[in-house]
Design a protein around this ligand. Structure first.
Ligand SMILES: [Zn+2]
Length: 89
């Protein structure tokens, strides 16, 4: 038996990067409204682990940036949902 769960793109608000070297986790908030005092800046995902300095896979920062753009474009209109499916335990 499988369990299905419908999630909105708004539910994908937090993305967590895991360092393959030291397993440090960095969680990004796609809905953050934080604005530095110096003024608005474009979203820039981290390029490397803040703990040990290991660089993330070269595809990861660009993919995270794209995901952030998709989140920003679609979370407000709430027309896209995803269905997850996993075996019931
Ligand atoms: Zn690390």
């Amino acid at each position: 038996m499988k369990k299905q769960m419908l999630i909105s793109i708004r539910d994908l608000r937090f993305a967590t990067l895991v360092c393959t070297q030291c397993e440090t986790r960095v969680t990004l908030d796609f809905a953050s409204q934080f604005q530095p005092a110096s003024g608005p800046r474009p979203f820039e995902p981290p390029q490397k682990c803040p703990q040990c300095g290991q660089r993330y896979d070269s595809n990861v920062p660009d993919a995270i940036k794209t995901l952030h753009q998709v989140y920003r474009a679609l979370a407000g209109v709430d027309v896209v949902t995803f269905t997850t499916e996993r075996s019931a335990e």
